[in-house]
Design a protein around this ligand. Structure first.
Ligand SMILES: [Zn+2]
Length: 58
């Protein structure tokens, strides 16, 4: 079974990772601590659409 790790702090993710998919970075899996500020930043700069659509598909 695959273990998800945060791409920034390398901590193992026990919950669902925060997916930050954008341009040059490809798709990055982050823990909430690392992911949330990045998501917020990208939203602020309008670099990504809302990621919430992902959560609908379960
Ligand atoms: Zn992290």
């Amino acid at each position: 079974m695959m273990v998800n790790k945060c791409d920034l702090c390398k901590v193992e993710l026990e919950k669902e990772p925060v997916m930050a998919g954008f341009g040059f970075w490809g798709r990055t899996e982050l823990c909430e601590d690392c992911g949330q500020p990045i998501i917020n930043f990208l939203k602020e700069k309008k670099l990504i659409e809302k990621e919430s659509k992902q959560n609908v598909r379960r």
